[in-house]
Each structure stands twice: as structure tokens, then as C-alpha cells.
Ligand binder design. Structure first.
Ligand code: SF4
Ligand code: SF4
Length: 191
């Protein structure tokens, strides 16, 4: 929750530039928000966030972008877009969360290690096979986060019911996928 006792500082040029950049990337404006709370009410993972979506927007309105960048909320957000769909003011909260994540990564912040490990494992399988490979993601994630048997009991029933494959399924255009990843990497290095 936002602490009422926190001292607000007037926005300087760097603060304004950062907010403008985040808003431009997300294609939205935080000043549109009138704090109705519909976004937080519909967010399926708000219970696990230190600042639910309404408060993330409020932090940005109050020039507390650094607090938003350090929050666990931006890593917990599942990009389900429920908040954006529900917002009566058309604030693109989901894409704003994504912009905050990217800005946090640019600043070397990785947030929750387990979330970052999941993200890395997911992208690695997409790069290798052209699509997600759930069993591989689970094994990589558990190895990196030092919890080898996490959810192990769920694996076999899911395989038996055909929910996940033991072996990866590969798409045909994997070279194209690798080119996309290489291009993204180049763009990151150019920044
Ligand atoms: S639903 Fe929209 S207007 Fe309401 S609090 Fe969330 S961002 Fe603000
Ligand atoms: S996009 Fe993120 S913040 Fe919005 S409702 Fe979904 S999980 Fe919550």
C-alpha cells in the first residue's frame, strides 16, 4: 500500500522525461486515471502485489516512479489485460506495466528472481523450438531457483492427460525466430 507519510518531491525534468517515455511506450496517459479501482478489483494477481494496479498508476501520478520500478507488482503482473479492458478511462495499464518492466530491466533491476528465471526459461524455449515447451521451462526454472522437486507431483498427471508434452514440439520457421531474437538483442545494444 502507498504510505501516506511518504514525502513527495516536486517533479524535476528527469522525472517528467521518464514518465513521458513510459507513457509514450505504453501509448497511454496516467493523468486520465481517476482512481476508481476497477483495475485492482479485476486483477487476478493483485493479492500477490505490493501495489495493486490502481496504486501503481497513483505512484506514477505522484512522481514516485522509482517506487513503481522497485515494486514486485511489475513482475507479478501476468499481462492478462483485464485491467486495461475494464478501465472506464481507457488507461492502458497492462502495457504500462510492460513499459515499467522494460525500464526496470534497462536499469539492471530483475525484481523477483523466480519471475526473472521463469521469463528467461520461457524465452529460451521459444528461441530454441519456436514455441513454448512447458516441461523444459519447469525443469530449467526449478534448476535455476534451486527447488528441483517443485510441482513434480503435478507433472505426471498432466502428461497422462495430454496437457503437456515430454518432448518439445518444434515449428518449421525456427531460423526466423532466431533472427527475431538477434534483432531484439541488436536493438537493446544500440540503446
Ligand atoms: S480502472 Fe482506470 S480509472 Fe480506474 S483506477 Fe484503474 S486505471 Fe484508474
Ligand atoms: S494485466 Fe497485470 S495488472 Fe492488469 S489485471 Fe492482468 S495481471 Fe493485473
Amino acid at each position: 500500500m502507498i504510505n501516506d507519510a511518504v514525502k513527495l518531491k516536486p517533479a524535476d525534468k528527469a522525472d517528467k522525461d521518464l514518465l513521458a517515455k513510459l507513457e509514450q511506450e505504453a501509448g497511454t496517459q496516467v493523468s486520465l486515471c481517476y482512481q476508481c479501482g476497477k483495475c485492482s478489483a479485476g486483477c487476478p494477481v493483485a493479492f500477490a502485489m505490493d501495489y495493486p494496479p490502481r496504486e501503481i498508476i497513483r505512484l506514477l501520478q505522484l512522481n514516485m516512479t522509482e517506487t513503481a520500478l522497485n515494486s514486485n507488482s511489475i513482475w507479478v503482473c501476468a499481462t492478462c489485460e483485464t485491467c486495461s479492458e475494464r478501465c472506464p478511462r481507457g488507461v492502458e495499464i497492462a502495457t504500462l506495466m510492460d513499459s515499467l518492466r522494460r525500464e526496470a530491466l534497462r536499469r539492471g533491476k530483475k525484481g523477483d528472481n523466480k519471475v526473472a528465471a521463469f521469463n528467461d526459461a520461457f524465452l529460451r524455449t521459444v528461441k530454441m523450438f519456436g514455441r513454448t515447451y512447458e516441461a523444459g521451462i519447469l525443469l530449467q526454472h526449478n534448476a535455476v531457483t534451486m527447488q528441483p522437486f517443485k510441482d513434480a507431483g503435478l507433472g505426471l498427471p498432466m502428461v497422462q492427460r495430454g496437457k503437456i508434452n515430454i518432448l518439445p514440439v518444434r515449428i518449421k520457421g525456427r531460423d526466423q525466430m532466431k533472427k527475431i531474437f538477434a534483432r531484439v538483442q541488436e536493438q537493446r545494444e544500440e540503446k
